[in-house]
Design a binder for this molecule. Structure first.
Ligand SMILES: Nc1ncnc2c1ncn2[C@@H]1O[C@H](COP(=O)(O)OP(=O)(O)OP(=O)(O)O)[C@@H](O)[C@H]1O
Length: 269
């Protein structure tokens, strides 16, 4: 379990990125932090692996304040996937994946074996292992980023807009892959996105943020759609727009679901 207790972050230049944020993220579930640019998502995410230390308040992992933990040791149990994959361009795919294992003192041979295995886990053809990142598609590079984060088998996976830079079709593939991985691996995932549909698809818990890391609403996607907290949430999730306002129409004895623009979205079973 990850817990934020009244955390705040003001950067050295005086920018208040997070005002007062509290939240519990249950183990083995995915929490999606969603909000517009600059609302503090990345700052909150990076507090979990201490890339950012809060100015006030605490972050706890399994009831231990992480401020008391050694940063290097803490990060061993936490995978981090960033936007644009962040791969080392001059190192082969397999060496990118193996980096952290080698830093942890795992032998070259074992590091390679584990890296090949995790490439398969994330759906990467192992023939790509000896290529350089620039020789891969954007989607493949993102998978390498996920493989690299998973290779040490961390309990926690932090993902910062990991699918933001790929085209919509590849993005859907990667989202489906992540859902499969989550079922298989059972990690505690913190996923940052500005896309509410992605947050609803991947998050067990969705946290809609306003500026300064203020929580507009936190809950399951169904809870949020059923009872949006206010007009900001209603508008953010698109409940004021046609595509989420569904109703049922009868056509020749079949109940079809139609959106606010009159487009059929599906049939009722
Ligand atoms: N190192 C820093 N120094 C000063 N200000 C910062 C720093 N990092 C972030 N900020 C500011 O803090 C606020 C929150 O930034 P953060 O990156 O957490 O937002 P975000 O919601 O992740 O945005 P985006 O979706 O654009 O990545 C912004 O105003 C940003 O400019």
């Amino acid at each position: 379990m990850i817990e934020y207790r009244n955390v705040a972050k003001t950067f050295a230049d005086g920018t208040e990125a997070v005002g007062d944020f509290s939240l519990v993220l249950p183990s083995r579930t995915t929490t999606a932090l969603v909000g517009s640019s600059g609302c503090g998502k990345t700052t909150l995410l990076r507090m979990v692996n201490r890339m950012v230390d809060p100015s006030r308040g605490q972050v706890l992992i399994d009831d231990v304040d992480i401020a008391t933990r050694n940063k290097v040791e803490l990060r061993r149990g936490i995978g981090y996937v960033m936007q644009e994959a962040g791969l080392l361009p001059h190192r082969k795919v397999i060496d990118n994946v193996a980096t952290v294992l080698r830093l942890n003192g795992v032998s070259r041979r074992e590091a390679r074996e584990r890296s090949y295995a995790v490439m398969e886990t994330v759906g990467l053809d192992t023939s790509l292992a000896t290529k350089y990142p620039a020789q891969l598609s954007g989607g493949q590079q993102q998978r390498v980023g996920v493989a690299r984060a998973l290779v040490t088998d961390p309990n926690i996976l932090l993902m910062d807009e990991p699918f933001g830079a790929v085209d919509p079709i590849v993005r859907e593939e990667l989202q489906a892959e992540l859902l499969r991985l989550q079922r298989e691996l059972d990690k505690t995932i913190v996923f940052v996105t500005h896309d509410i549909d992605e947050a609803f698809l991947l998050g067990d818990q969705v946290v809609i943020l306003k500026k300064g890391g203020a929580v507009a609403q936190a809950g399951s996607p169904a809870d949020i759609v059923a009872a949006p907290a206010d007009d900001f949430v209603r508008s953010f999730v698109g409940l004021d727009k046609g595509h989420r306002r569904l109703h049922v129409e009868e056509r020749d004895g079949v109940s079809i679901v139609v959106d606010g623009a009159g487009r059929p979205a599906g049939v009722l079973d």
